[in-house]
Write a protein that binds this ligand. Structure first.
Ligand SMILES: [Zn+2]
Length: 200
């Protein structure tokens, strides 16, 4: 049985993160109702991005050029290196606009469950980069998940043993989010916040 072009469209849309078949159908109808204003420009944008965006060979960011604009920039602080899991995490930090150092994208976290070991992440490239550069601090900005934290601990040991033993290695602070009310926090966050308490 031949699958219709509408069904094909819905099928592909439903593969996007956060979209089930129902929202994919709604999105397909929305696109078809707005062909000139939305569907055709979207096709152009998708094609152009798919053809031109590549991975930066130094940090793993996505850009039209290799090296990416962050690695090419001469105004970044080249003594700071921030290690993140994904391009999305890099973009989140960049949106904030206050970090001016370099990045290194690992491409995920260690995961025994999913069978992801150190060789599946860009760890050797990270060690090589640290050895060849003059970084003074490595910020492990991994997610506050069990896998993110396991990976951070592994990286700390691995970098100390294989790249530089005297390097400052830091991680992001954990605790009460801005605007957060204690009563609404989960136990893990509250416990960490209490453990990481500071002097006024
Ligand atoms: Zn780059």
């Amino acid at each position: 049985m031949k699958i219709s072009s509408l069904e094909t469209l819905v099928l592909y849309l439903s593969k996007l993160p956060g979209l089930g078949p129902r929202s994919a159908r709604r999105m397909a109808l929305h696109l078809l109702k707005r062909r000139e204003g939305l569907a055709y420009p979207l096709i152009e944008a998708l094609k152009s991005a798919a053809d031109t965006i590549k991975e930066c060979s130094l940090c793993g960011n996505w850009d039209e050029e290799d090296l990416c604009s962050l690695c090419r920039s001469e105004t970044r602080e080249n003594y700071l290196l921030c290690v993140v899991e994904s391009v999305a995490d890099l973009w989140a930090l960049e949106r904030m606009g206050s970090y001016k150092g370099a990045y290194h994208i690992l491409g995920g976290t260690l995961s025994a469950l999913d069978g992801r070991g150190p060789e599946d992440l860009k760890i050797e490239a990270l060690v090589r980069r640290i050895k060849e550069s003059q970084f003074e601090e490595i910020i492990l900005a991994l997610n506050a998940t069990i896998e993110g934290q396991t990976t951070a601990h592994y990286l700390k040991e691995y970098i100390s043993q294989n790249a530089a033993s005297n390097l400052k290695i830091t991680h992001l602070a954990y605790g009460v989010p801005l605007g957060g009310e204690l009563d609404y926090l989960d136990d893990g966050t509250l416990m960490t916040a209490l453990k990481e308490r500071r002097f006024f």
